[in-house]
Design a protein around this ligand. Structure first.
Ligand code: SF4
Length: 242
């Protein structure tokens, strides 16, 4: 536990206390970039999101409305070759991304007044997990993406009270947390249920910070195959390694 939080203190960036402004275009680029951040480098994904918003689907001045009424074959064509002649998505997501984008557009128009800022607006600190839950209702946005989006919005943009809300954010037991906590010996099984039960017993002061640290260690060192033991900050305390 101490080693995990020490990694957090050395590596995390500060939580925002002030809410930062999101223009509609910036919010759309954030949302598309987040959807694209699967099976490709983060930098490319977020840049591609920005590029899409700057170059497509703004003829009628309503990005999501336009996607929702555009034929899927046209969306597929734009996705396939619209990013400097390449696909916006990469690897296995090339087939699902256009469908998920259209589905997200319909949901945004129908449930969020065509404005993705409404997915995270009007949420107070005590109900901050609502942001995560809302993201997860979109097709193609799983546990990890929903968690990442919630975390960036709250920590970096001061949404839902920013720093005030971190004590209300719960641990999300995705595959990184399951794998790392199981290997560390902090969960009996590599399952979401075991993580939730065991993390509950830890009585964490800040579950969100713990979550961030374990998730990052899972991404950077504790690979499913051939974990990078020698560079891992938990090497000296990890049950699997000892
Ligand atoms: S020491 Fe190895 S098994 Fe343990 S958390 Fe680090 S990378 Fe994973």
């Amino acid at each position: 536990m101490r080693a995990i939080m020490s990694y957090y203190r050395k590596n995390s960036i500060k939580w925002s206390c002030r809410r930062r402004r999101f223009t509609e275009k910036k919010a759309n680029a954030f949302f598309v970039g987040m959807m694209l951040d699967r099976k490709q480098g983060t930098e490319r994904a977020w840049e591609a999101g920005q590029y899409m918003v700057e170059n497509y689907f703004y003829d009628i001045g309503d990005f999501w409305k336009e996607i929702s009424v555009t034929h899927l074959s046209t969306i597929k064509k734009i996705c396939r070759e619209g990013y400097y002649g390449n696909h916006f998505a990469l690897n296995v997501t090339v087939n699902t991304f256009p469908k998920n984008l259209k589905s997200a557009a319909k949901k945004t128009v129908g449930e969020y007044e065509s404005d993705v800022r409404n997915v995270w607006n009007n949420v107070d600190a005590e109900h901050v997990d609502e942001i995560y839950n809302r993201f997860k209702e979109f097709e193609g946005i799983g546990d990890a993406l929903a968690k990442m989006a919630q975390f960036i919005l709250v920590r970096d943009y001061g949404i839902a009270g920013g720093k005030k809300s971190k004590k209300y954010m719960s641990v999300k037991p995705d595959t990184h947390l399951q794998r790392v906590l199981f290997r560390l010996g902090l969960a009996e099984k590599e399952t979401a249920a075991s993580v939730v039960a065991n993390v509950d017993n830890l009585k964490l002061a800040s579950p969100a910070d713990f979550d961030w640290a374990v998730w990052n260690i899972g991404q950077k060192f504790c690979y499913p195959h051939e974990p990078a033991y020698s560079n891992c900050p938990l090497e000296k305390v990890c049950e699997k390694h000892l």
